[in-house]
Design a protein around this ligand. Structure first.
Ligand SMILES: NC(=O)c1ccc[n+]([C@@H]2O[C@H](COP(=O)([O-])OP(=O)(O)OC[C@H]3O[C@@H](n4cnc5c(N)ncnc54)[C@H](O)[C@@H]3O)[C@@H](O)[C@H]2O)c1
Length: 343
């Protein structure tokens, strides 16, 4: 049923119990509300649009840093981003592959690098390449060093201290591969097993010992980066080699915990297959020869990202771990593997 419309209050007499409000007539039609006069600006904006904004001040002439208060030249900006400014570094296996790429990158980032390698001629070539690098802030010095020999490793550290005053970063990178690609565990001779263990385990262990002794003697902490492998993280063929890299990974974590109180950080990079180094080239004649492009593509296809890993990829990871950007990172095994071990 439809309700009858509410009647206007004018139809009703005032209620006797309430006094009439002084501001209104006691009854009768509701007074019409007075509309305020429009703001004078209102008509102006409707008619002509918003008033014009004041003109912006002109930008300063380049070089110009919009986010900085003071203007710095491009060269000064570069100075600020150098990650290893003046750091004294030893890199083993610096005559080829990851070691050479790291020596070049570290020197570009301001480091003074002792390029240590059992192949002194390859190390000397790395030093020459550092000197030729445009804009490199650091420098290199070649050092013959067999990482299986304690005196050689100590001498590499002594060179860093003698030439550059201290040791800041030790990169234990030298390593050798399974003698024949795809070789099964039971086919390794005792000599082959011992050679793998000597270079890959003893070499890294001696490097850690020499570096930690020097870091403790000079004070102020230090950084060790080791080169492990994804073969030390997962079963991947080349089992004897993988076992040596598993040992490197474990050494990394153990020394990291042991030395953390002295602010000595220890981390490892764990590369997957790198076809452009000498690792898969037995009897290589020159630093970083690499295998053919066809094989390189096949190796790359085995990684989820589908690209072969390069020595430069590993150098970039090592640079991060060596720099203060990683100052709160220790005991980490960083895969550089295009997602291989994530599978
Ligand atoms: N290339 C790969 O596929 C791959 C994969 C995983 C891990 N790695 C690891 O990366 C590291 C670097 O390998 P790379 O690919 O640059 O190989 P590479 O063969 O190009 O470089 C190794 C360098 O180590 C030097 N070296 C070998 N024995 C030495 C010794 N006893 N003392 C001092 N120096 C010695 C060599 O002369 C060479 O310059 C190694 O530890 C290797 O095990 C390589």
């Amino acid at each position: 049923m439809r309700r009858a419309p509410t009647s206007h209050r004018a139809d009703h007499p005032p209620r006797p119990d309430r006094p009439p409000r002084p501001d209104r007539p006691p009854y009768g039609p509701r007074p019409t509300r007075q509309r305020r006069a429009p703001h004078p600006h209102y008509r102006t904006t409707r008619a002509t649009g918003p008033p014009a904004l004041p003109a912006l001040p002109a930008l300063p002439a380049p070089p110009y840093q919009p986010h900085r208060r003071t203007t710095r030249t491009a060269d000064q900006c570069w100075e600020k981003t150098v990650l290893l400014d003046g750091r004294s570094v030893v890199i083993t296996g610096a005559g080829s592959g990851v070691g050479r790429a790291s020596a070049l990158l570290f020197a570009a980032e301001g480091a003074q690098v002792v390029c240590a390698d059992v192949r002194e001629d390859w190390a000397a070539e790395t030093v020459r390449l550092i000197a030729e690098q445009p804009g490199a802030k650091g420098a290199g010095v070649a050092q013959r060093c067999d990482v299986t020999v304690p005196a050689d490793v100590d001498a590499a550290v002594a060179t860093a201290v003698g030439r550059f005053g201290r040791l800041d970063v030790m990169f234990n990178n030298a390593g050798i591969a399974t003698p024949v690609f795809g070789m099964r565990t039971e086919d390794h001779t005792l000599d082959q097993i011992e050679a793998l263990m000597a270079v890959n385990i003893r070499g890294v262990l001696l490097g850690c010992q020499a570096a930690v002794r020097q870091f403790r003697a000079q004070g102020g902490g230090g950084v060790i980066v080791n080169t492990g492998s994804v073969a030390g993280l997962v079963g991947w063929g080349g089992t004897v080699y993988g076992a040596t890299k598993g040992a490197v990974n474990q050494l990394t974590r153990g020394v990291a915990v042991e030395c953390a109180a002295d602010d000595i950080r220890v981390n490892a990079i764990c590369p997957a297959a790198m076809p452009a180094t000498n690792f898969m080239v037995p009897g290589a004649e020159a630093g970083s020869q690499g295998i053919g492009e066809e094989e390189a593509r096949a190796v790359g296809a085995s990684h989820p990202l589908g690209r072969p890993i390069t020595a430069e990829d590993c150098a970039a990871a090592a640079l991060f771990l060596a720099s203060d950007a990683a100052r709160n990172i220790t005991g980490v095994l960083l895969p550089v593997d295009g997602g291989f071990v994530a599978q």
